[in-house]
Design a protein around this ligand. Structure first.
Ligand code: NAP
Length: 471
């Protein structure tokens, strides 16, 4: 009966949104859940962020599908909340709105030369090679011999692998065709990865770090002097070093003890205690100036980098990928914490300006806790938010929306968006991509232009690109 079941809108169909939908059904089997997504395709960073050579992770899309869309969750894709429909309108149709919009931009370094041609946010490179429609037109010049990656997190590891994998390795993945073509012609021989702190403070997970040392035909170089631990880091590891920290330090020592190779195709050089101070070049990137750091204990108790005298080192390079973290952007109609770049929240309940929970508004994933954790972290995180939502439902804190009929929101969206993509449209895209992939022994061949995606979804006329959909 209309109005008797809790109606939940999840904004953002990435891993956090998918885990939240699955969790909602576990805790509230009678819930009606609708997933809103800005792109014509669901699964967010699983499709557009996870590196193409990590297919074992990408295959989680089948689980997301089983636990959400197959169970009757509706998909409203190619709909931007805040543009095509407002927060207030959603609140008229749903008992609760759960924001799972992630972190859509990158942090900047704030150094001169950051915007020179040839200097990119790693997140742009990631979106480009993963076939995100907003990034497909980017032109990465891969003709220089050396690239510099700034940052020691898993995104830095991903882009470093993508720059060093061999052609046959790339051809087995679902990397976007335009990127495959450009990477085939790449002349990059060396990737230098800069960490501003030491080996004990890298943000890589150990499996990602280990992988960097075991790439086919790729030498990994680490200077033994740079993996020597300073006294502060040594005692910090003894007192509070996690398993991952100890494992990372051990791996880096092993890498530093390796003999230099002369038979490698490409080389990765991990550098530590080095901060970029300027990206230089005449009209485009030609070098990065770096300064040496030492580790100090800051007033907040954390181990931080501090520059030491000793001059500036110049690393010649033609490509810079700045991989220093993602950052969320404010969403229209909901509060935003400008210092932490999240929706202010208590365990997922979004808080109003006075600090009290806003009835029916929740957050999950990176927009709730910041851009941290691996994909699976979002499951626990979603469970926490959904538990709060279930408690609020049980306590009668969520009202029946004024427009509870599920057909009304669908009719409204269809009226506003002639190119609305629903589950059927996504299924057509998915089948089309997998079918094309099966001809090339690849998991899928991605559609990366908005026009093609919409045409295959049946949401828009087939564009005249010379290639015809077979779906
Ligand atoms: P991240 O893990 O937060 O790493 C950011 C790196 O940038 C850190 O090494 C940080 O150093 C460095 N950094 C920050 N500001 C800097 C500056 N001004 N100058 C120089 N270096 C700076 O972020 P991420 O790599 O973007 O990853 C985001 C999240 O996604 C992480 O939780 C990550 O594990 C996850 N992820 C997981 C996978 C996977 O599981 N395979 C793949 C990709 C991403 P400090 O530590 O000194 O701040």
């Amino acid at each position: 009966m209309v109005g008797s079941r809790p109606r939940i809108a999840i904004v953002g169909a990435g891993p956090a949104g998918a885990f939240a939908a699955a969790s909602l059904w576990r805790m509230h089997p009678d819930a009606e859940v609708d997933l809103f997504e800005r792109l014509p395709t669901p699964w967010g960073l699983l499709r557009g962020g996870v590196a193409p050579d990590h297919q074992e992770i990408k295959r989680l899309d089948d689980m997301f599908d089983r636990e959400t869309l197959e169970r009757g969750c509706r998909l409203f894709a190619n709909v931007e909340v805040g543009v095509d429909i407002s927060h207030d309108e959603l609140m008229r149709h749903y008992s609760a709105v759960v924001y799972a919009t992630g972190a859509q931009t990158d942090k900047s370094l704030g150094i001169p030369g950051e915007d020179l041609p040839g200097s990119w946010a790693a997140t742009e490179f990631v979106a480009w090679y993963n076939g995100h429609p907003d990034y497909r037109e980017l032109q990465f010049d891969l003709s220089p011999r050396r690239a510099v990656v700034i940052g020691n997190g898993n995104v830095a590891a991903d882009v470093t692998r993508m720059l060093t994998l061999s052609q046959p390795e790339l051809e087995r993945t679902d990397v976007a065709d335009h990127a495959l073509e450009a990477l085939r012609e790449s002349r990059i021989e060396e990737v230098v990865v800069l960490g501003r702190r030491g080996p004990a403070q890298v943000a890589f997970t150990s499996s990602e770090l280990r992988e960097l040392g075991h790439l086919d035909g790729v030498e990994l170089r680490v200077d033994p002097a740079e993996v020597e631990l300073d006294p502060l880091s040594r005692s910090w590891i003894e007192d509070e070093g996690t398993f991952t920290v100890r494992k990372n330090v051990q791996l880096l020592r092993e890498f530093a003890n390796r003999r230099e190779r002369t038979d490698s195709r490409r080389r990765i050089v991990l550098r530590f205690l080095r901060s970029p101070v300027e990206i230089r070049g005449n009209g485009r990137v030609e070098a990065v100036d770096v300064r040496r750091n030492e580790i100090v204990r800051a007033d907040d108790g954390l181990l931080r980098p501090r520059s030491v005298d000793g001059g500036i080192e110049t690393i010649d390079c033609g490509l810079v990928l700045r991989s220093v973290g993602y950052q969320a952007v404010p969403l229209p109609g909901v509060p935003f914490d400008e210092r932490s770049f999240v929706l202010p929240n208590d365990r997922g309940r979004v808080l109003g300006p006075g600090g009290d929970p806003l009835a029916g508004v929740y957050a999950v994933g990176w927009i709730k806790r910041g851009p941290t954790g691996i994909l699976g972290t979002n499951k626990r995180d979603a469970d926490e938010t959904v538990r709060c939502l279930a408690e609020d439902l049980a306590a009668g804190r969520l009202r029946t929306p004024p427009e509870p009929d599920p057909d009304h929101i669908e009719a409204l969206l269809a009226e506003r968006k002639s190119d609305l993509v629903t589950v059927e449209g996504w299924r057509a895209i998915d089948a089309h991509e997998r079918e094309r992939g099966s001809h090339e022994q690849r998991p899928r061949v991605k559609l990366s232009s908005l026009d093609e995606l919409l045409a295959v979804a049946g949401a828009a006329p087939v564009p005249d690109t010379g290639r015809r959909s077979s779906a």
